[in-house]
Design a protein around this ligand. Structure first.
Ligand SMILES: [Zn+2]
Length: 205
């Protein structure tokens, strides 16, 4: 497991100029003109993070919807940190969505903080993850520090043990046996049988 990002993304002169020319508010992050810059950021950070989410440490996928460029300090609150390399890390979309715009800074700042002390949660560039959180059986998150605890709460990392249990339950069940049991029910309308199978599958998914 990679503990932290050692080298933030460095923007080229041309990229900096493009940002200057096209960025006025945080919504501009979505502009097409920044697409290849974002691709460069993702490529760089995948290597730095060992292709894992900075919060839950799950493997990141390669499809565009399976990886997010996470703004550690939300760009909606601090627009000027939108393209700050130290504010960028990769996360899974779930952690990014759940963390949302929660307040990660202990107090308001003017310049981007240069060390870990200003942050309530694990900072992907400043903190060694394993000093703050132990991951047991790949899905149980145990806080070692208050930062670890805040990170678990911010991203609701408890959710992953539930997912792991569901995956295991799903793998353990022989789907054929479900069809067998349901189709053996006598005096049951075929449509009802189909619905029963759907209900059972929905429950274990
Ligand atoms: Zn994650």
């Amino acid at each position: 497991m990679t503990d932290r990002i050692h080298t933030p993304y460095t923007f080229s002169e041309e990229e900096l100029q493009r940002i200057k020319d096209n960025f006025t508010f945080h919504g501009d992050w979505e502009k097409v003109v920044f697409d290849d810059i974002k691709k460069n950021i993702v490529d760089h950070l995948r290597q730095q993070q060992g292709n894992t989410c900075c919060y839950c440490k799950y493997q990141l996928g390669y499809d565009i919807k399976q990886v997010d460029i996470e703004h550690i300090v939300p760009k909606s609150k601090y627009e000027k940190f939108t393209f700050n390399g130290k504010n960028l890390a990769l996360s899974c979309p779930a952690c990014n969505t759940i963390k949302s715009t929660k307040e990660v800074l202990k107090k308001t700042v003017v310049r981007y903080p240069q060390n870990s002390n200003h942050f309530r949660i694990i900072h992907a560039h400043y903190d060694n993850y394993s000093e703050h959180i132990d991951i047991v059986n790949k899905c149980i998150f145990v806080a070692r520090t208050s930062k670890g605890s805040e990170t678990i709460t911010f991203c609701n990392l408890f959710r992953l043990s539930v997912i792991e249990e569901k995956v295991k339950a799903y793998q353990d069940i022989n789907l054929n046996s479900i069809y067998q049991i349901v189709s053996n029910l006598s005096d049951v309308d075929p449509d009802v049988k189909k619905k029963l199978i759907d209900i059972i599958l929905d429950t274990i998914r």
